[in-house]
Design a binder for this molecule. Structure first.
Ligand code: ATP
Length: 453
């Protein structure tokens, strides 16, 4: 069972000029969740975040951190800010030390940690956001995207229980955005609860476990991304648009080209929903009914016995002829091999790469990117790696993913989950683990639900 990390009860806040920015908010965020706050400009997202870490004090109601109401004396506030880290929308509000390194070290040093521990945290954070090379530079000489990374590193170095990022992707180029989201995914995998605010509906839809929709200082709705973004009236009333994946899916669905009713969240899921287009006409035995199965030559009907490879389902009948569709979805089975760059045996990696059994390489995470670079491996897939890997594997290709730590299991689980939901088959194996060194452990592809077990 998960624990409640952050909660608000009857929360209200008016700025000193009397502006009532938060007008009674009750919410509850569980440990380990990924939460997006969406809503029009001025709806109260940034104000709410400042209330979460005690920077602002409620006019009424309360904020609770792990079931305890926040206290506002200086000592308690320092502790709250250590546990609830905020990355501001405008990085200039966050960066003030003469160099990036000093800036990132400021928080941990203030906690009174030993020098070596401060150094370790600074190095890990700078490496995590990929700006080790900029540590001697003054923050105000950095580009917008570099400043954002430095600000994230400063908060990461505090090792907070929850990281709150106000518009984390503002100022980042597309590749930089993917990298930051990947970093957040990594932190989340290690147990950090992540809260963001964003105007990017595609991001909120794809990334979040749960969405809070804010308007005018209140929560208008809360729920799973599929439900919030499936409600068109709610969206237009909140000056939001539908995520592109959903818009395409709805159009496909209206034309009866979608095979399942479950709304896709990612491109591979969308692809997995498409009905197989290879319908054809064939002669069928007299008495055959719609919904029954027939063998590919149209002679025997499979309705009384078990289904055999190649069997077709009758979906329309006319004068002894039928439109049939294959029971099995026509896919070439691809392969995904995941290699743990931290504990893997280099010989396993060489034999995989030299054996020409791999068509493409994907690299996930800053440590693994450095690993690949050191070995002269140029990744074919460098961002949004899991989704793109699935898409390539669906086309029959063999993809090697280089990653490490919790991301190994995360990648494996995501691909298996995709196979389970879509009925598609992808062979997944992990190499380079201590326990299965030099051995590939194929994970059995899930049964195709269309074949009735
Ligand atoms: N320092 C301030 N003094 C007075 N009013 C403020 C202050 N900061 C914000 N507000 C007001 O509080 C309300 C909520 O603002 P807030 O910045 O929290 O919204 P937001 O949802 O984060 O908006 P955006 O999407 O534009 O970042 C708005 O009406 C805004 O004008």
């Amino acid at each position: 069972m998960t624990a409640t990390l952050l909660e608000t009860r009857g929360l209200r806040y008016a700025y000193p000029d009397g502006n009532p920015a938060i007008r009674g908010i009750n919410l509850r965020i569980e440990e380990g969740e990924r939460i997006s706050f969406v809503g029009p400009n001025g709806s109260g997202k940034s104000t709410l975040f400042l209330l979460f870490n005690g920077t602002l004090r409620p006019s009424a109601g309360e904020v609770l951190l792990r079931d305890r109401p926040l206290q506002y004396d200086p000592r308690s506030l320092r502790e709250t800010r250590r546990r609830v880290g905020i990355v501001f929308q405008n990085s200039d509000d966050q960066l003030f030390a003469p160099t990036v390194r000093q800036d990132v070290a400021f928080g941990p040093a203030n906690l009174g940690l030993p020098k070596e521990e401060v150094e370790r945290r600074v190095d890990t954070a700078l490496e995590g956001v990929g700006i080790e090379g900029l540590k001697g530079r003054p923050p105000h000489h950095l580009s917008g995207g570099q400043k954002k990374r430095a600000a994230i590193a400063g908060v990461m170095a505090m090792e907070p229980e929850v990281m709150i990022l106000d518009e984390p992707l503002s100022n980042l180029d597309p590749a930089g955005s993917e990298e930051v989201m990947e970093l957040l995914e990594e932190l989340n995998q290690r147990g950090t609860t992540i809260i963001i605010s964003t105007h990017d509906v595609d991001l909120a839809y794809r990334w979040s476990d749960r969405i809070y929709l804010l308007a005018d200082g209140r929560v208008v709705d809360e729920g799973r991304p599929e439900d919030i973004f499936g409600d068109l009236r709610l969206l237009s009333g909140s000056r939001l648009r539908q995520p592109l994946i959903l818009e395409v899916y709805d159009e496909i669905s209206k034309r009866d080209l979608a095979a399942s009713g479950k709304r896709p969240r990612t491109v591979p899921e969308l692809v997995g929903h498409l009905s197989p287009p290879n319908l054809r006409w064939m002669r069928v035995p007299p008495g055959t009914k719609v919904g029954e199965t027939v063998s590919p030559d149209g002679t025997g009907s499979g309705r009384s016995g078990g289904e055999r490879p190649g069997d077709m389902r009758v979906i329309h009948l006319e004068d002894g002829r039928a439109v049939v569709e294959p029971l099995e979805r026509p896919t070439r089975i691809g392969r995904v091999v995941i290699y743990d760059t931290q504990v893997g045996d280099p010989e396993d990696l060489s034999s995989l790469l030299d054996g020409a059994r791999i068509d493409l390489v994907g690299v996930m995470g800053t440590k693994s990117r450095a690993f690949a670079e050191d070995r002269g491996i140029v990744p074919d897939i460098g961002s949004n790696v899991i989704d793109r890997t699935v898409l390539r594997a669906l086309c029959g290709e063999a993809v090697l993913i280089l990653t490490n730590g919790g991301m190994v299991e995360h990648a494996r689980r995501r691909i298996e989950e995709y196979c389970r939901q879509s009925g598609m088959k992808i062979e997944v194996s992990v190499v380079g683990r201590e326990e299965d060194r030099a051995v590939e452990k194929p994970v059995p592809a899930p049964a195709d639900p269309g074949k009735g077990g």
